[in-house]
Ligand binder design. Sequence first.
Ligand code: FAD
Length: 307
Amino acid sequence: PFDVLIIGGGPAGASASIYASRKGIRTGIVAERFGGQVMDTLAIENFISVKATEGPQLVAALEEHVKDYDVDVMNLQRASKLRQKDKMITVELESGATLTSKSVIVATGARWRELGVPGEAEYRGHGVAYCPHCDGPLFKGKHVSVIGGGNSGVEAAIDLAGIVGHVTLLEYNDQLKADAVLQKKLHSLDNVTVLIGAQTREITGADNKVNGLNYEDRATGESHHLEVAGVFVQIGLLPNTDFLKDTLSLSKYGEIEIDAHGATSMPGVFAAGDVTTIPYKQIIMAMGEGARAALGAFDYLIRTDFD
Ligand code: FAD
């Protein structure tokens, strides 16, 4: 059996594997796709000490670093069940195989909820963005839109208003859902327009770049075009925890609840990165959390009797 088995090969899982392996314990990673969300990222400018890089380049560096250690990497394998019996943890894979380990770190990440309209996939990374902390500065002085009037959408609009020229926020319902303090702040900004009852129908573009969006005014049924250089989709982040329901304690958003050591509600199971309740989902956070979960798991191993 493994001492530490990590589920997920994004920045959190990669970091956890290096920290665990450096303790001289048997470490494995099972990942559906090594690199995780970073594989889908074009420009990365906020990974501190690296001025600018691209996702696949950072993933290659991660892989090289992991390979430098004795980590058993099982790529293209999806975990479908996690169980515990007499302190040993079993992870079932979709392939039918089963792995056992004394401790497990869940680092399965999250994915942005997509609008599902024409143009979204086509212009992803070319004007269609999901993370204001990551991509906000790319739109300095320009007109952008934010889709979604919940807390994350309104926070994004307030954040972007300080960087870009103008922000138009579109909400599907006839009112914003964000907290009152955020709405008050939003309405105090003079370079923000709020459209309610607006259903985004299509993201338009030319020359491989977003140039606007089409939306329908749900009250009148009329179609409108808005010229924007960027569209920030803020309609939810979905943690990859479907296979853990009824196993670990999850928040109402489906995120794994962890303590200050990265421990979950099941002894010996730790979690790190976008899949957890820790706010501000970023690469640098995921790596830090992965390191913490590995050290938490190591602490657990040296304190637990397995015979
Ligand atoms: P992930 O990167 O999501 O990795 C999860 C891993 O788990 C993957 O290997 C996946 O295949 C695997 N997995 C999932 N389910 C299973 C399963 N059942 N069994 C086995 N494996 C599974 N952050 C920044 O800091 N700067 C940026 O510029 C930036 N830009 C971004 C741009 C885009 C388009 C996106 C989508 C995200 C961006 N982010 C950025 C956010 C950043 O990518 C995430 O915060 C970070 O990747 C989270 O790391 P993670 O390891 O927790 O999860």
